[in-house]
Design a binder for this molecule. Structure first.
Ligand SMILES: [Zn+2]
Length: 357
């Protein structure tokens, strides 16, 4: 009772302020995650701060969550599973090099395969070596390695892309026995950096393949040309496929490039393409991108039992495929071929969606 009365004694009642609930860990009485973390750190005497760049939208949310789990040591590599008492009989060997145990630090940082992927990615910006001993130190120091502020967004995106790609190839090897092809992984890292950067509405209007050839010069922050709505990518239904495509031109007309990525319901990348197509305007580049995706699907009979949706962010190009009114007579054969393919393959459809990444 005495303690309680002492407590009440300390409280000053201000008659001019209405009653309300206040969060005492913040000076303004409002709840904030930052204040909560600071209070938690103080009471537990631990450091739980997350490196700032994790939650900045540099990549799809799912991958941000993955990097956060990585930083917390919660990615289930063999050593972590073993420590938690799961699958005690499992060998702990790294599936890439079989030379060491598969710990988080090994698979994402020290394994020669992963390290080459990392150093290769860093070399696109002219950054060499300087890789820390632990994943956490590496993550915390990543921004410091960025050569210039204008590259920061793409540089952060590179980090997310590399760790996500390593994890993807590791899982394909462990669960499907698929040998990792280094060059393919390198291309995928590059493609993802460009793809995410462009769909964050940044960079220039250059075609995807121009970006790929000149990554550090084009993925720069100060150029902001269009803003697309970013949402997490929605996978197709089980056993179905989704082919996101993109085409763009530098000028009207101008040098044009196309790109696309085919994924299944597990978000596994089955096919990638990206190349220069000639001098066109952007709508024509978009239709070429759709046609390329359709052709790739048709050329692989193994895929024909699965429904596929080709997704373009060009309303005009998609309407050309569906309507009888051809917008650009010069490219009527391209549109006609695409439409015929759609008619003869009930499993194939072409749709518009501006929310792709
Ligand atoms: Zn290894």
């Amino acid at each position: 009772m005495e303690v309680f009365l002492n407590f009440l004694e300390c409280i000053r009642i201000r008659s001019h302020i209405p009653d309300g609930i206040a969060w005492t860990c913040s000076s303004n009485g409002m709840f904030s995650m930052r204040a909560f973390c600071e209070a938690l750190e103080e009471s537990l005497n631990v450091n739980i701060a997350v490196p700032d760049f994790i939650w900045q939208g540099h990549c799809p949310p799912k991958i941000e969550v993955f990097v956060w789990q990585l930083w917390r040591g919660r990615v289930f590599v063999k050593e972590v599973l073993h420590k938690h008492g799961m699958d005690q009989m499992m060998d702990l060997e790294c599936p890439f090099c079989q030379d060491d145990n598969e710990s988080i630090d090994h698979i994402f940082l020290h394994c020669p395969w992963s390290r080459s992927l990392l150093l290769n990615g860093m070399s696109w910006w002219g950054v060499k070596g300087c890789v820390n001993n632990t994943v956490n130190k590496w993550l915390e120091g990543w921004i410091g390695l960025c050569p210039e502020f204008k590259h920061e967004r793409a540089w952060c995106s590179l980090f997310f892309t590399i760790v996500w790609t390593i994890w993807e190839y590791r899982n394909q090897l462990v669960f499907e026995g698929k040998e990792p092809i280094f060059q393919q992984a390198t291309d995928l890292v590059k493609f993802r950096v460009v793809w995410w950067f462009k769909y964050l509405g940044r960079g220039s209007n250059d075609p995807v393949d121009t970006f790929l050839r000149n990554l550090p010069d084009l993925c720069v922050e100060h150029k902001k040309v269009k803003v697309n709505k970013i949402v997490d990518w929605i996978p197709p239904l089980p056993d179905n496929l989704k082919f996101n495509v993109d085409g763009s031109s530098r000028g009207k007309p101008g040098p044009s490039g196309i790109g696309g990525v085919m994924r299944d319901s597990n978000e596994k990348v089955l096919c990638l393409f990206s190349f220069y197509v000639g001098i066109f305007d952007s709508n024509v580049a978009e239709i070429w991108a759709i046609k390329k995706a359709v052709d790739l699907y048709l050329s692989n009979p193994n895929l024909h039992s699965r429904d596929i949706t080709v997704v373009s962010d060009s309303k005009v190009a998609v309407s050309w495929v569906h309507q009888s009114d051809f917008g650009n007579i010069q490219h009527v054969s391209t549109i006609y071929d695409t439409r015929n393919s759609m008619k003869s393959f009930g499993s194939l459809k072409v749709v518009f969606d501006s929310r792709i990444f």
